[in-house]
Design a protein around this ligand. Structure first.
Ligand code: FAD
Length: 465
C-alpha cells in the first residue's frame, strides 16, 4: 500500500494525499442512519480530470478500490469507502467554470455545492432548479445520485438538468458525453447512464447543467386535512389543475409537530384546526407576475376547499420560506427524534393513499411507529421508522419497500441504493435487469474498482455471468 500512496503523491502532490491523522474523522460515513463506517486507507484530492484519470489507472493496475466522495450528505451509504479503499475527494475541483447566459447552461466541476451555484445564479435571475434538502451537497454527488427534492414536481430531477458530463471510466479512459445542447439522438445516451450510477460506472469530473429563468414571486399555501388519505387524494387534481406548482408536499401531523418544533416556528394554525388535522399539504406557487400568482392561489384555495380542506393558510413570504426550509430539514428532525431508519420509496402519484394505508398496517403489525412526509407531487414518500430492534426493523423496512414496488413503484425515489438498500434491490428487482446492470458495470469498469459493493454485489462465483 505504501507504494500506492507514493504513486498517488506523484500524481497530485504529497499535500493532497491524506493518510493517518490527516484523514478527516468524518471520512468513514455519510448521513445514512444505518450505515457501518469504513475508514479509508487514504483520501486523494485531485485537481484536474487528467489527475483523476491517472488515479483510476493506478487503482486499476494495483487493484485498489476507489470511492468518489462529494459532501457526504448521501442517505444510502454510497460514498462510504470499500475496505482497503481510497476516497477521491473533490475539495479542489470546486470551480464554476462557466455560466453561459446565451445557452442557459452552467459548466461545473463536481465539488461545487448547490449553495455555491445558487449564490452565483441568483444575481443573474437564473436558477438551477434541483433542491434536495441539503444545499451543502455537491453537484457531483447530485449527478451520481440523480438527486430529486421538492421541486421535481415542476422541473424534474437531476437527470432532466444534466446535458453532458466529462467522466473517467474504470479503465482510466476519459469521455465527454452530451454538451451544451438540449437534444441528441446520436447513439446510446451515456450521460444519462452515468447520472444516478452512484459512482459505480465512472467518476464525473465536469457537468453541463441546464439553467432556468428564476421566478421572482413564490407563495406558500398550507392546507390542513382531516386524514392522510384526503391529503394524498388532493394531489392528482392539483397537479392536473394547470397551476404548475413548484412544490407539492405532504406532512403528517406528527412530522409537522417535529419539523415546526425543530425549527421553533409557529404557523398560526387555529387550535381547533390543529387538533382535527391529521396531515397537511404544502403547495408553493411561483411566477413572474403577482396578479397571476394571486389568481393561481385563489384557484388552489377553491379547489382544495372542495376536496375536504379544513382551512387554507396563505403564509406570509418569510413564514412560507421558513416552513419550506424546515421541511427540507425534516431528516434532521427525524434523526433528533431518534428515528432508526428512513425509507424513500416512490409509487405512482395516485397510489399514495393506498400505499400509506398499507404502510400503516405493516407498522401496526410490527408494533412500530412509522411517520413521514414526502414529495407528494411526484409520489416519493419519505418515512421515518422508529423500531429499535434491528431484526424487526429490517423486516418492516423490507415489507414497506416491497409494498411500494408491488404497487408499481421503486425501491428508492432519490436517495439511491448505496449499501443500505442493495438487499431490497437484489430481492425486489427483476434479475434480468440486475444482470444487465452488472454487464454494463463491467463494460465501464472491467476490474470493478469504482465504488465496489454499492447498488449490487458482484454476481456470485460460478453463476452464468
Ligand atoms: C437533510 C438532508 C436532506 C436531504 N434531502 C434530499 C432530497 O430532498 N432529495 C434528494 O435527492 N436527496 C436528499 N438528500 C440526500 C443527499 O443530499 C443527496 O443524495 C445528494 O445528492 C448527495 O450529494 P453529496 O455531494 O453529499 O454526495 P455524497 O454523499 O458524497 O455521495 C453520494 C454518491 O455519489 C457518488 N459521487 C460523489 N461525487 C461523485 C463524482 N464526482 N463522480 C461519481 N460519483 C460521485 C458517491 O460515490 C456516492 O455514491 C438529503 C440529505 C440530507 C442530509
Amino acid at each position: 500500500m505504501g507504494d500506492v500512496i507514493e504513486q498517488l503523491a506523484r500524481i497530485v502532490g504529497e499535500d493532497d494525499v491524506l493518510v493517518g491523522d490527516r484523514i478527516d474523522a468524518d471520512a468513514d460515513h455519510d448521513e445514512a442512519l444505518t450505515v457501518t463506517p469504513v475508514r479509508p486507507l487514504a483520501v486523494v484530492r485531485p485537481g484536474t480530470t487528467d489527475e483523476v484519470a491517472a488515479i483510476v489507472a493506478l487503482a486499476r493496475a494495483t487493484g485498489t478500490p476507489l470511492t468518489a466522495r462529494g459532501s457526504a450528505t448521501g442517505l444510502a451509504g454510497g460514498c462510504v469507502p470499500a475496505e482497503g479503499g481510497i476516497v477521491v475527494s473533490f475539495a479542489r475541483m470546486n470551480r464554476i467554470l462557466e455560466i453561459d447566459t446565451a445557452n442557459y447552461v452552467a459548466v461545473v466541476e463536481p465539488g461545487v455545492t448547490l449553495r455555491e451555484l445558487e449564490e452565483a445564479l441568483t444575481p443573474l435571475g437564473l436558477v438551477y432548479p434541483v433542491y434536495p434538502g441539503e444545499l451543502s451537497a455537491s453537484l457531483g454527488g447530485n449527478v451520481a445520485t440523480n438527486a430529486g427534492g421538492m421541486r421535481a414536481v415542476k422541473y424534474g430531477v437531476t437527470r432532466h438538468q444534466v446535458l453532458g458530463v466529462t467522466a473517467v471510466l474504470g479503465t482510466g479512459e476519459v469521455i465527454t458525453a452530451g454538451g451544451k445542447f438540449v437534444k441528441s439522438t446520436s447513439g446510446y445516451d451515456l450521460t444519462q447512464l452515468i447520472v444516478g450510477s452512484e459512482g459505480t460506472l465512472a467518476i464525473v469530473t465536469r457537468a453541463v447543467l441546464k439553467l432556468w429563468p428564476r421566478p421572482p414571486i413564490a407563495t406558500t399555501v398550507l392546507v390542513p386535512f382531516r386524514t392522510l388519505e384526503e391529503v394524498s387524494s388532493a394531489v392528482p387534481p392539483i397537479v392536473a389543475s394547470g397551476i404548475a406548482p413548484r412544490v407539492v408536499e405532504y406532512i403528517d401531523f406528527m412530522s409537522m409537530a417535529g419539523i415546526t418544533s425543530n425549527a421553533q416556528m409557529d404557523l398560526g394554525i387555529e387550535e381547533s384546526v390543529r387538533e382535527a388535522a391529521m396531515a397537511y399539504l404544502v403547495v408553493v406557487i411561483e411566477g413572474f407576475h403577482p396578479d397571476r400568482v394571486d389568481e393561481d392561489v385563489a384557484g388552489l384555495a377553491e379547489l382544495v376547499s372542495g376536496l375536504g380542506a379544513l382551512d387554507v393558510y396563505v403564509l406570509p413570504e418569510q413564514a412560507g420560506a421558513r416552513l419550506i426550509e424546515a421541511r427540507e430539514h425534516a431528516f434532521w428532525a427525524a434523526k433528533a427524534a431518534g428515528a432508526h431508519d428512513i425509507v424513500d420509496v416512490v409509487v405512482p402519484r395516485a397510489s399514495i393513499p393506498e400505499y400509506l394505508e398499507r404502510v400503516g398496517e405493516l407498522a401496526a403489525a410490527e408494533s412500530s411507529l412509522v411517520v413521514g412526509c414526502g414529495h407528494a407531487g411526484d409520489g416519493n414518500v419519505h418515512l421515518s421508522v422508529f423500531q429499535p430492534d434491528p431484526d424487526t426493523r429490517r423486516r418492516l423496512v423490507h415489507a414497506i419497500v416491497a409494498a411500494g414496488v408491488a404497487m408499481g413503484g421503486a425501491v428508492s425515489g432519490e436517495h439511491g441504493i448505496g449499501t443500505e438498500k442493495k438487499h431490497s434491490l437484489a430481492e425486489l428487482e427483476d434479475p434480468v435487469k440486475l444482470d444487465l446492470m452488472r454487464r454494463i458495470k463491467s463494460a465501464f469498469d472491467p476490474d470493478g474498482i469504482l465504488n465496489p459493493g454499492k447498488v449490487f454485489d458482484p454476481a456470485p462465483a460460478g453463476s452464468a455471468r
